[in-house]
Ligand binder design. Structure first.
Ligand SMILES: [Zn+2]
Length: 161
C-alpha cells in the first residue's frame, strides 16, 4: 500500500465539498467566506491556520505575494499534518508501522527529503523528519508492515477529521 499524504489530503478535502481553488477571491482580496465556513465546520484547526496565514500575508509589505498559492498550501499542508498525526496515533515502540520512503512527485523535489528516498523506517520517524508535514512536501510512503492496523487507523482518521 502506497500513500501520498498530500494527495490524500486533497482528495479528502474535495470529498468534504471544499473547493480549494475558490478559497481566495482576488476580486475582493479576501478569503471566500463560504469556503472558510465549510472548512471551519469540517475542522476548525484548518480554518484557524488559514486565517493566520492570511493575516500574516496581509501584514507583509511584499507586493508580489501570491495569496492564492499561499492559502492553498496552508490548507493542504495543515490537512496533511492532521492526517499524519492521526495515522501515527497509537503507534507503539514494540509494534511500529514500518514504511519505505517514496520519492516526491514535485517538479523540484526538496533536497533535504531526497536523501531519505528508499529508506525503511518507522512511520513515527518519517513523521519526525517531516514526511507530509514539511512545507510543500509531496513525498509518499509504502507501508511495509502493520498494514492492517494502519488501514484501520486510516479509516478512523478519515471518519474523525
Ligand atoms: Zn518530502
Amino acid at each position: 500500500m502506497i500513500i501520498h499524504p498530500r494527495k490524500l489530503a486533497q482528495d479528502w478535502l474535495q470529498a468534504a465539498g471544499i473547493k480549494i481553488s475558490e478559497l481566495y477571491s482576488p476580486s475582493t482580496g479576501e478569503i471566500n467566506k463560504i469556503e472558510l465556513r465549510k472548512i471551519y465546520a469540517f475542522n476548525p484547526v484548518l480554518a484557524q491556520n488559514i486565517i493566520e496565514t492570511f493575516n500574516r500575508l496581509n501584514a507583509s509589505d511584499n507586493p508580489n505575494i501570491k495569496f492564492n498559492e499561499n492559502l492553498k498550501t496552508t490548507l493542504i499542508g495543515s490537512m496533511t499534518t492532521e492526517i499524519m498525526k492521526n495515522v501515527s496515533d497509537g503507534e507503539t515502540k514494540s509494534k511500529p508501522t514500518l514504511i519505505k520512503w517514496m520519492p516526491s512527485t514535485a517538479k523540484e523535489p526538496d533536497a533535504y527529503h531526497s536523501r531519505f528516498y528508499g529508506r525503511v523506517m518507522t512511520l513515527k520517524a518519517a513523521q519526525d523528519l517531516g514526511l507530509g508535514i514539511r512545507w510543500g512536501c509531496k513525498c509518499g510512503f509504502q507501508v511495509l508492515s502493520g498494514g492492517d492496523v494502519f488501514k484501520s487507523r486510516l479509516r478512523k482518521t478519515k471518519a474523525t477529521l
